[in-house]
Design a binder for this molecule. Sequence first.
Ligand code: BTN
Length: 264
Amino acid sequence: MDIDVKELSDLLCGSLIGNRIVFLEEVGSTNDYASELAGQGAPEGTVVIADRQKEGKGRLGRTWQSPPYVNLYTSVILRPDIEPEVSPRITLVAGIAVAETLIQYCREGVSLKWPNDVLINGKKVCGILTEMKSGEGKVDFIVVGVGVNINMLRHEFDEELRECATSLRQEIGTEVHRPDFIVRLFDGFGRWYRIFLSGDFEAVRERWTALSGMAGRHVRITSRDRTETGVVTGMSERGGLLIQIAGNGVKEIISGDVTYDKRS
Ligand code: BTN
């Protein structure tokens, strides 16, 4: 097993993210486990890491394929002093950290896709699931769940995912040391989270936009009750996607699934 918790804890000692590590060989979902810990008072920066998830959760009630020993399944507990409305920005912060970590292994082809995907060469390599508990207009805690396909091989993906999902190993052709990836990720996450806490969302928005390459692309956005098509113009103040709808001005999208139109 390549994850040695003692070694990882030593490497992350004093870090904002990962100052306390809860490592589990197997769990239902690291997000659910972290929410429980947070409810019991676990401090900011506590992370849950599992080698395998039996019920890995994706957005919109989907499942997250979580085979043992190959990937990263982690959930980070945060307690920012913010209003619940701005919590989606945390997903962007996490996305930047993941993308910058991937770039350290794979110089070309890494991009962010709103709101919570990280891609390599157009295929999904990471998903982020941010969940929150709030009360009286304040965030109590936020759990940021990050799933990164690190060493998974093509044949290990569920068949229907093989064309749209990938792993870091699949893209660079060599196995990646997971603890090394984890340390780089939490280091970057801490750095961007500090920037976010300082109130400089503009820096977050700029970096995210630069890493996404979405501006100018034709997209289709599907949500529960409607589908919109348009051209991406940028990101709103609260982290929504701004799209120019043909003949109908710019619209802010707060949730939904984005697919790129073939012409862009
Ligand atoms: C998505 O793309 O739909 C989000 C996927 C998030 C998966 C991660 S794996 C670690 C954490 N625990 C979960 O159950 N889900 C997130």
